[in-house]
Design a protein around this ligand. Structure first.
Ligand code: SF4
Length: 64
């Protein structure tokens, strides 16, 4: 599974980082600008929860 942020959609709510701070690492401006990133299998459930927590639906989950 991979995750990526859809360009221009992140509004800096930081909900994703509140759920999974080791997966969703915000930049210095408080936005997520993560390129497509592989998620370790043991972190998949947490990554999904973080993606669901985003009110902008800015995080896309890509199933391999
Ligand atoms: S991806 Fe969503 S939850 Fe995460 S910082 Fe951006 S807007 Fe907030």
């Amino acid at each position: 599974m991979r995750i990526r942020v859809i360009e221009g959609k992140c509004s800096g709510h930081a909900r994703c980082a509140a759920v999974a701070p080791d997966i969703f690492i915000l930049n210095d401006d408080g936005y997520l600008d993560m390129p497509e990133t592989a998620v370790a299998s043991e972190n998949e459930a947490l990554a999904r929860r973080g993606a669901r927590a985003c009110p902008e639906r800015a995080i896309e989950v890509i199933e391999d």
